[in-house]
Ligand binder design. Structure first.
Ligand code: NAP
Length: 334
């Protein structure tokens, strides 16, 4: 979102602090600056932000590979805070950025009120990445009880919730791929039956050994490239290879014959299609928050950085250093 881009109204906007980029490029482009507050248009709300979230897609937004917002721009796709007007505690997904700021403008339809049993950190870590994991497993992946599920980047923001949700949804076995011993230990503690190193040359054999006879029923991938190919090769008959993202490496291509040989499905997923349905989005958020309030779903907060630390947080995500969710305290600059 462009700082101060007006969505309506004539009153001069107040100032706020935000992490701003003036051109697309590396993490060094972020500057903590004072910019005009956004103005809400029809169907939109303003949120006094307490915490903003980082998502992997923010890295692509920063380099300009995704939607190119008008510059200067404030990135960031999820926030938690207080809604202006009624002061209710809410979290929101921002499809046009604007999260790394003290005030965010959100579509009312993409805003959910938070129950008392879920704190700001958990709510923020659950909304974008939890809704992605939940909808990917259920709506796109059509997970059935007893099935074997494999999850790539399993210690990541989406991945560590997908491991827990696969368990919650009745998966028979959960296989978690993560690149370091510490990450594998982390996902094992979350309930993964078996952990695997995505760089292991024997990965396909190890996946097969960890699966129920026949292979993996649902392979949830957010990495792409070689791992996606291994995923297809290890699918059980009627298995689904589900792609929710990629890291920009060389992409695999599959022939229809390869899919037919396994009665396999190749499925994509984009959270936008959940957000387009207000009732569906609200229902998924409610389910996630209920699981969190009951202690059955726990988001790990990797770190909370000040507004001036957004560049470092982007670097950490790119270097694969994080486990779980990275947050930005938009009221701190140290
Ligand atoms: N389809 C949708 O609507 C939707 C919505 C939200 C997110 N997503 C996608 O879901 C994925 C996860 O998002 P997230 O925000 O939770 O991020 P994340 O998984 O926390 O991202 C960091 C992790 O990605 C893994 N990774 C693998 N290859 C990498 C590489 N070349 N460079 C950096 N990291 C690499 C690393 O885990 P290891 O070191 O263990 O491999 C790393 O720790 C992303 O692809 C994102 O675009 C999709």
């Amino acid at each position: 979102m462009s700082p101060g881009a007006a969505g309506g109204g004539t009153r001069a906007a107040a100032g706020m602090r935000a992490a701003v980029i003036h051109r697309y490029g590396g993490p060094e482009e972020f500057r903590a600056e004072t910019v005009p507050e956004p103005v809400a248009g029809p169907g939109q709300v303003l949120i006094d932000v307490t915490l903003a979230g980082l998502n992997y897609a923010d890295l692509h937004c920063r380099t300009g590979e995704y939607a190119r917002y008008p510059l200067p721009a404030v990135l960031g796709a999820d926030v938690v805070g207080r809604r202006r007007g009624d002061g209710r505690r809410v979290a929101a997904l921002l499809r046009s950025g604007g999260g790394y700021a003290q005030v965010a403008r959100a579509e009312a339809a993409h805003t959910v009120e938070l129950p008392d049993g879920v704190d700001d950190e958990q709510a923020l870590a659950l909304l974008e990445q939890g809704a992605t994991a939940y909808a990917a497993l259920t709506l796109a992946g059509r997970l059935r009880p007893g099935e074997t599920v494999a999850v790539t980047a399993a210690a990541g923001g989406v991945g560590h919730l997908a491991v827990q949700l696969a368990r919650e949804l009745g998966a028979g076995r959960v296989l978690a791929l993560a690149s370091t011993p510490a990450k594998r230990e982390f996902v094992r503690a979350l309930g993964a039956d078996r952990t695997l190193d995505p760089g292991d040359p024997e990965l396909a054999d190890r996946l097969a050994a960890g699966s129920a006879p026949g292979g993996v029923d649902l392979f949830v991938d957010s990495v792409g490239g070689r791992v996606l190919r291994v995923g297809l090769d290890t699918l059980a008959p009627f298995g689904r290879l589900l792609s929710i993202g990629s890291r920009g490496g060389v992409e695999e291509t599959f022939s229809v014959d390869e899919l037919a040989d396994r009665s396999a499905g190749l499925v994509g997923f984009w959270l936008q299609h959940v957000l387009a349905d207000r009732v569906l989005f609200a229902g998924i958020a409610e389910r996630l928050f209920r699981l969190a309030a009951d202690g059955r779903l726990v988001a790990r907060i990797d770190r909370t950085v000040p507004l001036s630390g957004v560049a470092g947080a982007h670097r950490a995500l790119a270097r694969r250093e994080t486990m779980g969710k990275v947050l930005v305290d938009v009221h701190r600059e140290d």
